[in-house]
Structures are given as C-alpha cells and as structure tokens.
Design a protein around this ligand. Sequence first.
Ligand SMILES: Cc1ncc(COP(=O)(O)O)c(C=O)c1O
Length: 418
Amino acid sequence: MSDNLETLRQNDPAIYAALKGEEDRQREGIELIPSENYTFPEVLATLGSVFTNKYSEGYPGRRYYGGQEYTDEIETLARERAKLVFKCEHANVQPLSGSAMNQAVYLGLLEPGDTIMAMDLSHGGHLTHGAPVSHMGKLFNFVRYVTNPGDGSIDYDKVRKDALASKPKLVLCGYTSYPRDIDYAAFKDIADEVGALTMTDASHFGGLVAGGAMKNPFDFGFDLMTTTTHKSLRGPRGGMVLCTKSLASKIDKSVFPGLQGGPHMNAVAAIAITLLKAQTDDFRNYARQVLLNAKALAQTFLEADVSLVTGGTDNHMLVVETSSSFGLDGRQAEEVLDEVNITTNKQIIPDDPNPPLRPSGIRMGTPAATARGMLEEDMRQLGAWILKCLKNSQDKNLLGEIRGEVKKFCERFPVPGI
Ligand SMILES: Cc1ncc(COP(=O)(O)O)c(C=O)c1O
C-alpha cells in the first residue's frame, strides 16, 4: 500500500473502507455502463499527484500565477497530442467535464436565444443538447430531431427541412444513447445550406475515433468536436473542445475566463498521458475490439428475439427494450443485474411512455469490459447470463448461482490499475 493510502486508512477509516469497497466492486463485477471505463494506471497515479496543488488560470505562456514551468509543459503536450490524435487545428483541454465543454461552445460562439439543432433526449441526445430541464435548454432555442421508428435511422430530409425553417446557428450531432454511427457528410451539407456551424459531441465514442475504429468528423469538414476524456478514451474525468483555428480564440476565451477558473492540472496531465496511449497499436486494437464485442453482445440478444433499439449496434453500445422483451422496466432490470454483479443503467427509449426513473429499457456498452481483455466469446457468455437473469428475475437461487459464476469469471480479467 502507498504511504498516502496508509495515512488515509489511519486518519479516515470510513473513506478508506469505501475506497476499498469500490475497488472490490469494480474487480468482482462486470461494468457494462457504456459511459464508464477503467482508466490507465498512469492516469490514476497522476490524478493523485502534486499537479492537483497547482493553480494555472490562463493558458501556457499567459498565466495569472507564477510557478508554471511544468504545468505549461503538460498543457502544451496535451494540446499538441490532442491535435495529432484527432486531426484538428486547435484543442482546449481545460473543460472540467463534458457538460462544461458543451456550455463553453454554446456560450462562446452563440448569443442567448440563438437556435441550435440537436438530437432529442429520448432518441439518444444528451441533457446538454438542450433538454428543457437544463440551463442551456432555457437559454438557447433548441430544435430537436428524432429517429425513425424501427431501424432508428435519422431522416436527413426531415432534418434539412427543419433546418431551412428554423435557421440554426449550430447543427449538433452526437449522442449519449444511440447505437448507430452518424452521416457527417449529410449533416455538413445541411449546415452549409443554412450557414450553420457543425459540431459533434463525441463524448461516448471519442476513444473510438482516436483509435481509428469510428469516423472522424474533421474528415468531413466539421468545425467542432467535443469529447469527454473518461469514457471510451480511458482518461481522467474531463472534457476537450477541438476546433478549427478560426474558432480557437473564441473557444479559449469562453472556457477561461468565460466559464471556468483554474483548470485541474492533475487531469490535464492525465489527459496528455491518455493521448500518448491513444497513438499506440494497443489502443487501436482496443478500439476495434470494443466494436466487435458490442456486435457479439447484441447478436446474443437478437438470437433470443430480444428487442434492441434500432435493431442492433454500429458502435460500442446497445439499448435493450426490457419492458417489451421481459416485462421488466429499466429500473427493475438494472436491479436484477446488480444482484449478479453486472452493472448496467436504466434508459429511456425513443418516445418512451414511461418516466426516466422507470423507463422501458437498459443501456449497455463494452468499453470497460474490453479494457479488461474480454473478447467476443466472453460477450456471448455475458449475454447468456443476462438473458437468464431477466427471464427468471424472481428466482433468487438462480441469481445467487449466477452471481458466484460472474465473480469467478471476473478473476480471469484483472482490472487495470487495481
Ligand atoms: C454525449 C455526452 N455529452 C456530454 C456529457 C456530459 O459529461 P459530464 O458528465 O462529464 O459532464 C455526457 C455524459 O454522459 C455525454 O454522454
């Protein structure tokens, strides 16, 4: 045990015990929440390093505090690596979270009341894409597009018509719960026709773009891409705004001093480390395997006649319609799987008649399981357990047996960093 953890154990046993409990939970269970991952050991070490002590308001070479020789170096490295990995002209690595990075874009490039086109929440868009309960949803005029029933495709003719009618200043694609890829060329054409900026929120699949397994919006002439750094990218919690040179100054001013004060330099250092990892063959193989694993898991459900939103997956996630397939709402399904150490999250499905805390589905994804080295055959095993549990949710003996099997299975797959 490190000296620092031993000090924690002695001085705050309650927090120490919770930390150890969480380590066991992560080690002995299978993490299928698509927005979660196991970060790299180097990232864990850096997050707990002396960089957390430092205030660095401003940007490299232009700070409001002294003592910046090392923080300037790590932030410059993080920015340069981000530009290389995502093939873009400018990178701001300071946003404290995914929500802040999106707010920085809207507030930095638009005026309150301006129109933004984005995907509807129940069809896969994120809260920060203008959900009425969010502050951004109140400040800007969001026009929402939806997906077609059945295959869940986006009707680009309809998006175009709506764009011509509403004249958005920003066309936003990207999602938090949509298992398909995006037609960037179609969005770009529409945006160009109405003179709007183009933005992708790649928070979920940023790591898959970095690893070359999914398309890069900058290859289609997009103006902006935002991404969290802690999901498929496997870095620390944080966000990045990537953009063209022409937007760089507005974006930087919007992040600081517009929205935030001092960046979290321990996270910035960890983002730099993550972006070096993202350039390796190991990472490219990881990104490819995430997609193969998602396909294998989806196939297991499809073969059992389980309904999946959009009928399958092209990315790292799938959304299982539990109400129609098993007679369990999303909360019940999540709780049954929690009992066997398989972690998923309840999820609203397109036009869900049920409320968000009792929605009609659950969402699953493969980034974390793949980070432990699981492959397609392991996904088939996982899928078989999940089917058994959801079909026999009242059978406590069976759930107990499966929990034991899951724990044993997990011993074969060490968690990075624990
Ligand atoms: C697409 C998308 N954008 C933004 C966010 C917000 O990120 P954070 O939770 O770090 O604020 C998320 C988080 O789930 C997301 O999925």
